[in-house]
Design a protein around this ligand. Sequence first.
Ligand SMILES: C[S@@+](CC[C@H](N)C(=O)[O-])C[C@H]1O[C@@H](n2cnc3c(N)ncnc32)[C@H](O)[C@@H]1O
Length: 394
Amino acid sequence: MPHNPVLFDVLKDRLRQAPQGKITFAEFMDLALYDPVGGYYATQVAAVGPQGDFVTSPHLSRDFGELLTVQLVELWHYLGQPEPFTLVEMGAGQGIMADDVLAYLQSQFQDCFAVLDYKIVEKSPVLRHIQRKRLEPWANRVTWCDWADLAADSVTGCCFSNELVDALPVHQVILTETGLQEIYVTLDEDSSTLKDVIGPLSTPRLGEYFERVGVDWAKGYPLGYRTEAHLAALDWIATVTDVLHRGYLLTIDYGYPAERYYNPHRTQGTLQCYYQHAHHNDPYRYLGHQDITAHVNFTALERQGEQCGLTILGLTQQAMFLMALGLGDRLMDLAKIQSTDPAIVNQAIQRRDQIHQLMNPMGLGNFWVLLQGKNLTPEIATQPICGFTIPPLG
Ligand SMILES: C[S@@+](CC[C@H](N)C(=O)[O-])C[C@H]1O[C@@H](n2cnc3c(N)ncnc32)[C@H](O)[C@@H]1O
């Protein structure tokens, strides 16, 4: 698969203008994924889903969005049933989760639905367009906005995302004889592809980042150790906290706490590229045709949240989260189906398989779910939250 020529031209232009012909890996990743003309999320609109490069939980089964709705309604009650109750979905992909949440709210929780204000913050103009089409039946309930449109302290409710943070650009660093350095991206000699080049850190924030999550480079890290820093995720937490007046931030994604993320044995970091359900770690292949992601550093989200005024309310794994919210009951209901109609039996088998995938401890079930809160009274902040009542496996 050749590079997308439009994106490659954008990158070459950017590199020719850049000092010393190099840009940070974070800048490269941002362009490769989100350039409005050639970026992966501008052109590969069917990339998420069974026919695409990877599958996310909402694409597997509506059970995911429906159980998430149960959690959101509980949070609405804890907040004292505010009117409006604002939900801000960040990075909504093809709009499937929004569709499931809205439909379930309307059919099962009319009182909450009646006061709902559903906002979507989506970076990709093409995906926004797809979301608008899918969510046409909810046109009077959903609005799209950029962060700049949302005033400080304007949201009472919950900001939430599934697999957004792993899609935010990361900086890459490498441990060398002269200390921690950064990986930059440059053109190779004949300008036919891209390659790494090592240089000094582009910002002191990188050093501060590792200090804050407890990494001591003097302790057992081998030369050549390479990993990622999630500065864009820190900026994102700051933005969300600023907009949130009172309520919650719920983040679902794959990743690790810092101690496991920055284990000295994980010498090549977590960068992964997805192309047609296969993955590898060469970000300069198939430019514009493949997704590029990095695992989320959940400790960084927690620490940054605390610094910005968020309290940690819960951290668990997706399997535990969904089980606590009723996924087990749904499985039992499926087992009770008695029919001789092959279509019904087949449907039940398929749904059982999808539910198992949502809980798979080697896959989606191992994702982390983090709940943070802002401006909650001590009584509210100490309420048991349904999705977090089963502890994680560790
Ligand atoms: C991996 S997809 C996940 C989509 C969807 N949440 C799902 O579970 O299927 C990442 C989504 O985040 C969006 N995105 C990435 N960076 C963003 C940002 N800074 N603000 C808003 N959306 C962003 C992408 O365009 C895409 O819709």
